[in-house]
Design a protein around this ligand. Structure first.
Ligand code: MN
Length: 250
């Protein structure tokens, strides 16, 4: 996938159209876009170290630090990268780089694990799932993906988070389908062993079946939830999955 860049044309399209074209179309459009040769994350790592080694702490460095974060480099990793590079590029340059890196990696307070989970899937994590929080143990997030005849939501569970036992009720039709998109989780029907879930797994939950779904104890987990159309559909929320029962899972 080609990286879209317009910074060259935005800043210098009139003054230096050739430079702008080389910047946007060649450097970003071709070199940065060769993901089959080197991932965006790796290219960010090389770029950040190169700029830091020159002592650059201008807006381009700020841009590349932000891009590095978006490309999946975590707070721990950038700290390690700059510490390592300090021995080769120079101690004061690392100090200058850290001043900007701390701002980029802390400004939204988002955890590295959450960022890494987001990096592993194409659907947005979305907002804290406050509307249903009373039916969940732990923190979950919800992103509606489609309105219309079939409701589709991306539901994300932090490690250890799961929803209560519940039943999808309907007079006719109804039920729910889960399409697992990232991380590792579980689905369990009442009286049955829990089924471990991975990206690509599909769960068909018939109307009237008591069940729960959620993350593994040590992993983030996201699934798309599809509301199967039916007559007078409703959710019947029941008791939480006990720590004792959930604690049996790995
Ligand atoms: Mn369900």
């Amino acid at each position: 996938m080609a990286v879209k860049q317009t910074a060259g044309r935005d800043a210098l399209g009139q003054f230096a159209p050739k430079f702008a074209q080389l910047n946007d179309d060649v450097l970003f459009g071709e070199v940065w876009s060769r993901e089959e040769a080197l991932s965006l994350r790796d290219r960010s790592l090389v770029t950040v170290v190169s700029l830091m080694a020159q002592g650059l702490v201008d807006s381009s460095f700020q841009y590349h630090l932000t891009t590095a974060k978006q490309n999946g480099i975590t707070r721990q990793e950038i700290a390690e990268i700059l510490t390592h590079a300090a021995f080769y590029a120079g101690w004061p340059k690392a100090w200058a780089a850290f001043r900007m890196a701390t701002a980029v990696w802390t400004e939204d307070g988002e955890s590295d694990e959450k960022a890494r989970h987001q990096q592993s899937m194409v659907f947005p994590i979305g907002a804290p799932n406050d509307g249903f929080a009373q039916y969940f143990v732990g923190q979950s997030y919800l992103q509606p993906l489609a309105a219309g005849p079939v409701g589709v939501y991306n539901v994300t569970f932090e490690p250890g988070c799961r929803n209560n036992w519940h039943i999808h009720q309907a007079q006719q039709g109804g039920g729910q389908m889960l399409l697992c998109v990232a991380g590792r989780g579980y689905y369990q029907e009442w009286g049955q062993p829990a089924r471990e879930l991975h990206p690509g797994d599909v769960v068909n939950i018939p109307t009237g079946v008591k069940h729960w779904h959620g993350a593994a104890p040590d992993s983030w987990f996201s699934h798309l939830a599809l509301e199967v159309p039916g007559v007078n559909c409703s959710n019947e929320w029941l008791e939480p999955v006990s720590d004792e029962e959930y604690g049996k899972l790995k």
